[in-house]
Design a binder for this molecule. Structure first.
Ligand code: S3P
Length: 678
């Protein structure tokens, strides 16, 4: 399954137009297919979901010509629909299945609607029940009234129906069924939901009447084909609106986006949180949908409370709102949003789980969540759970993590926002161009919050050298130790020796509880002999076997164990009781010897490191290694705030060592008489 890696960005900047509105694109194809006369739709969203609707109406006998991916010419020359030869595939789209069911329930032929695994779990009882009251015959093949659905031929009659849940999909299904029913259909909404169907019906010449909270539609009226333009999808723009508003220094302009007030609840919530958003509505082209442009400037937001009444106007934006709530000061409460549990995934459960992976404190509620903002966002590996909006919401939060994050199963983004990741790169790269380069993304360990700061200074001087894979730190550390005439210690050797010991004993390394027991019984000896670290496990040194392919494959798993890292701390620290050391690793300056004054962080441009690793014959990707090192919970790779940072991209080993010696001198390291710089 496709994954996407996201590096942190300082800000979001630039100008974009988002793809066409998904809700309107579905409806445009459906209503134009029912109309007499031709319609040209421009701005159509050619996403997986909407293409399913397009193919379905082609299968029902409508002429739909795709002029370019976003422009369709639609005409139903026979003025009726014909039975499709096969089941109509609704893919991942709840909107398509619920709305097309309204169109097909009153036809004189049988239809079958199928969907993917996620859609096959979504509730259809909410449309089956009122449609059957209108006279439809529908069989849900799934266990809990879930798809596939078979709709038998039927003649419908108008009813009055009060929706038990505020749902534009159910309302639209009944409006479309009402169009094919005898008499009048009246629908009462508990609270207003998106009104695209009503606006489009009016555009095609059949204006539903409103009487208070009731919407009325007369059966048997004929729609007239009329060209229309689909504005950009506000729900797609929402990722940039929310992201830019919550990331200080951002500035984004979004043009030609739909600004239908039944969809833009997110703007009201963000304004309440302190966001800076300017909205300018353009003159309508007469197709009934307000659109315009938005200018968003980033700043510090504060938490807010989102209550049931505003949920329908921002239902699809709640995942990204939950994500950026983590960047706001204080708590954000989302209540009255139980509907989220029956979307493309259970969006409450899945967002809570992902936020927790990013290190965000969050409480799950039956109908929402409480997100506590203002904490450090940890780089994380999360899943989309097959839900496009979860994938995109988490991508926005990942921009503020302390390292590279990864979102798994991102293929689903194609259902609503093809090109999302291209836009993400464009808008976050604009900030990279104004930044100094890759170094601006380094995760610095904040000195204040290091609990180990109180650790005692080592008895003998210790030079701590940390850095990522292929940064050159081992060669440099060895050379430096030699120049200083003190011991060289590679902390990684200890993890390798233990891994070797575990493999020799045939222990399962994947499970920490299992290898813990064995490690507890191991005799681990670390000694400095001839200025080098020697590690013995139960009296034996691993020698060359410490670098065997088996050890290579397992060592990162062993080293990721928080328990083991803690257990080794006294062993490492003991070495400095009697010896001056240069010790290198990933957490020497931050966790092992946080109190030493002699700290370095050596890094290099990822492209240079990639080349170095290839020369060493290593095939694993630098990106993956960095991700593992920076995102693990136990002692993740960080540049300590008081470490001297060195970019070795364009330096020789000798130059780096000379720089380290200069810095050591400045920091008062007791240098031997006339150290021989290499
Ligand atoms: C939609 C309505 C909403 C929304 C969905 C699209 C529509 O669903 O979540 O993405 O196009 O009518 P409900 O109406 O079921 O809340």
């Amino acid at each position: 399954m496709k994954s996407f890696s996201i590096v942190p960005a300082m800000r979001l900047a630039g100008e974009i137009t988002v793809p066409g509105d998904k809700s309107i694109s579905h409806r445009a194809v459906m209503l134009a297919s029912l109309a007499h006369g031709p319609t040209v739709v421009t701005g159509f969203l050619p996403s997986e979901d909407c293409l399913c609707t397009l193919r379905a109406f082609q299968a029902l006998g409508v002429d739909i010509e795709v002029r370019d991916p976003t422009s369709l010419s639609i005409e139903n020359r026979s003025h009726r629909l014909s039975p499709a030869r096969e089941a109509l595939d609704c893919g991942n789209s709840g909107t398509m299945m619920r709305l097309i069911a309204g169109v097909l329930a009153g036809q004189s032929f049988r239809s079958r609607l199928v969907g993917d695994a996620s859609l096959s779990k979504r509730p259809m009882g909410r449309i089956i029940e009122p449609l059957e009251r209108m006279g439809a015959h529908i069989r849900a093949e799934g266990e809990k009234g879930t798809p596939p659905l078979t709709l038998e031929p039927a003649e419908l009659r108008g009813i009055e129906y009060e929706l038990p849940v505020a749902s534009a999909q159910v309302k639209s299904c009944l409006l479309l069924a009402g169009l094919h029913a005898q008499g009048v259909t009246g629908i009462l909404e508990p609270s207003p939901t998106r009104d695209h169907t009503e606006r489009l019906l009016a555009h095609f010449g059949v204006r539903p009447l409103r009487e208070g909270r009731v919407i009325l539609i007369h059966g048997g009226l004929t729609l007239e084909g009329r060209d229309l333009f689909v504005p950009g999808d506000f729900s797609s723009a929402a990722f940039w609106i929310a992201g830019a508003a919550a990331i200080p220094g951002s500035e984004i302009r979004i043009r030609s986006v739909g600004l239908n007030p039944t969809r833009t609840g997110l703007i009201n919530v963000l304004l309440r949180m302190g966001a800076q958003i300017e909205e300018s509505v353009e003159e309508s082209r007469g197709d009934g949908e307000p659109k315009g442009s938005l200018l968003i400037r980033g700043g510090k937001l504060r938490g807010t409370k989102i209550e049931q009444a505003e949920i329908p106007s921002l239902i699809d934006e709640l995942p990204v709102l939950a994500a950026i709530a983590a960047l706001a000061e204080g708590e954000t409460h989302i209540r009255g949003a139980a509907e989220l549990r029956v979307k493309e995934c259970d969006r409450i459960r899945c967002m809570v789980e992902n936020l927790q992976r990013f290190g965000v404190p969050v409480d799950e509620l039956p109908d929402g969540m409480i997100v506590e903002g203002g904490h450090l966002i940890r780089a994380a590996r999360v899943s989309s759970f097959g839900d496009h909006r979860v994938a995109m919401a988490c991508s926005i939060l990942a921009l503020r993590a302390d390292g590279q994050s990864r979102i798994d199963e991102v293929g689903c983004v194609e259902t609503s926002y093809p090109g999302f990741f291209r836009h993400l790169e464009k808008l976050s790269r604009a900030s990279a161009e104004t930044a100094q380069g890759w170094k601006d993304y380094l995760p610095w360990a904040p000195a204040r919050s290091e609990p180990n700061r109180i650790a005692e200074a080592p008895r003998c001087p210790v030079v701590a050298i940390d850095g990522p894979s292929a940064s050159g730190k081992s060669t440099v550390a060895k050379s430096l130790a030699q120049a200083l005439g003190i011991a060289y210690c590679n902390s990684g050797l200890v993890y390798r020796a233990i891994t070797w010991g575990l493999i020799a004993k045939g222990v399962t390394i994947e499970r920490e509880p299992v290898f813990k027991t064995t490690v507890r019984q191991m005799k681990i000896e670390c000694q400095i002999e001839g200025n080098e670290l020697h590690v013995r496990i139960d009296g034996k040194e691993p020698g060359q076997e410490a670098r065997s392919p088996e050890v290579n494959a397992a060592v990162s798993h062993v080293a990721a164990s928080p328990w083991l890292r803690k257990r080794l701390l006294p062993i490492f620290r003991q070495l400095a009781e009697e010896h001056s050391l240069v010790m290198e690793g990933r957490d020497i300056g931050t966790a092992v010897f946080p109190a030493t004054r002699y700290k370095f962080y050596i890094d290099a441009d990822p492209k240079v490191r990639e080349q170095r690793r290839q020369k060493q014959g290593e095939t694993d990707s630098i990106e993956d290694r960095d991700w593992e090192d920076r995102s693990r919970t136990a002692a993740p790779l960080r540049c300590a705030a008081d470490a001297a940072f060195l970019d070795s991209s364009r330096m020789t080993v000798e130059e780096v060592v000379r720089r380290l010696l200069d810095e050591l001198r400045k920091r008062g390291f007791p240098l031997p008489e006339g150290p021989s710089a290499p």
